[in-house]
Design a protein around this ligand. Structure first.
Ligand SMILES: NC(=O)c1ccc[n+]([C@@H]2O[C@H](COP(=O)([O-])OP(=O)(O)OC[C@H]3O[C@@H](n4cnc5c(N)ncnc54)[C@H](O)[C@@H]3O)[C@@H](O)[C@H]2O)c1
Length: 270
């Protein structure tokens, strides 16, 4: 086990990506603080880890509320003694473009993605520095943060900003033994998240049409990643295997961002 005795805060622990990453870290021995504004997502994630014999603490916390973030980090330290790993994953989707997005919605979405990562990084890094334990911080990006996406302006802009937040904070925190990296997911196979939700005791209505098919055929690998694929990459970045890696981005995107733009990988003879 690569993360035995480590303590990890994961923000945004729905049954999709955050839940998948939290369960992957827990499977390697980490104690998990599942922090989510949605109490059900925090509780169900923590319960599932406990049911598998792991240690977990659910915390209902809005990542944009500084007092709640400070309290969440303090509760993690009080319960498990320290924090070694932070996964800044909380986000919400609100696909609007520059012409139709109201300013308050722009502020809300950039606030959660960038502001939430800023606040959690600040309080967790302060705690790591205080205890001189070092640590690993991982920011969850999106392929939309690497390319211009029309009609998703606040999301793609914040995710792009998070890439440079990663590099800047990696430089600031290097002297304290705190590594900061990012992990880029892309359009994600939804089956595993439905399975996880059912495992968490939820009733799931599986859609009849595969809405991800149009993404799958454009992916060079002709299949899409699942949350557990991101989980394995997060375990690597959080573990001592990545001890010399900081300020970088690990893309788990089936080749999406490496693709030469006019190439259609679903057309056989090109
Ligand atoms: N789903 C995808 O295809 C995809 C692709 C690329 C990147 N991502 C990124 O992966 C991450 C997880 O995405 P997901 O698909 O699992 O999303 P999701 O909506 O299933 O989960 C997001 C979680 O964040 C929580 N959250 C939202 N606002 C919050 C706040 N203010 N404070 C605390 N918690 C808050 C929600 O309650 C939810 O549990 C996000 O950062 C997203 O941008 C997702």
């Amino acid at each position: 086990m690569k993360l035995i005795d480590r303590v990890a805060i994961v923000t945004g622990t729905s049954p999709n990506i955050g839940g998948g990453i939290a369960e992957a870290l827990a499977a390697e021995g980490a104690a998990i603080i599942a922090a989510d504004a949605n109490a059900e997502n925090a509780n169900d994630c923590a319960k599932s880890i406990q049911a598998n014999g792991g240690r977990a603490l659910p915390i209902t916390c809005n990542v944009t509320d500084e007092a709640q973030v400070a309290k969440a980090v303090a509760a993690a330290v009080e319960t498990f003694g320290r924090v070694d790993i932070l996964i800044n994953n909380a986000a919400f989707f609100n696909k609007k473009g520059v012409l139709d997005m109201p300013y308050d919605e722009w502020l809300a979405q950039t606030g959660v993605i960038l502001g939430g990562a800023f606040l959690f990084t600040k309080y967790v890094a302060q705690s790591m520095i205080e205890r001189q334990t070092g640590g690993a911080i991982i920011n969850i990006i999106s392929t939309a943060g690497h390319q211009g996406e029309p009609g998703n302006v606040a999301y793609s802009t914040s995710k792009s900003g998070l890439l440079n937040f990663t590099r800047s904070t990696a430089m600031e925190l290097a002297e304290h033994g705190v590594r900061v990296n990012s992990l880029t997911p892309t359009a994600t196979d939804r089956m595993e998240s439905f399975d996880r939700a059912e495992r968490w005791g939820r009733s799931v209505e599986r859609p009849k049409d595969d809405v991800m098919e149009s993404y799958r055929v454009r992916a060079p690998m002709q299949k899409l990643p699942s949350p557990s694929d991101y989980g394995r990459a997060a375990v690597f970045l959080a573990s001592d295997d990545a001890r010399m890696i900081t300020g970088t981005d690990l893309r788990v995107d089936a080749g999406a961002i490496a693709k030469y733009w006019p190439w259609d990988p679903s057309a056989k003879h090109q």
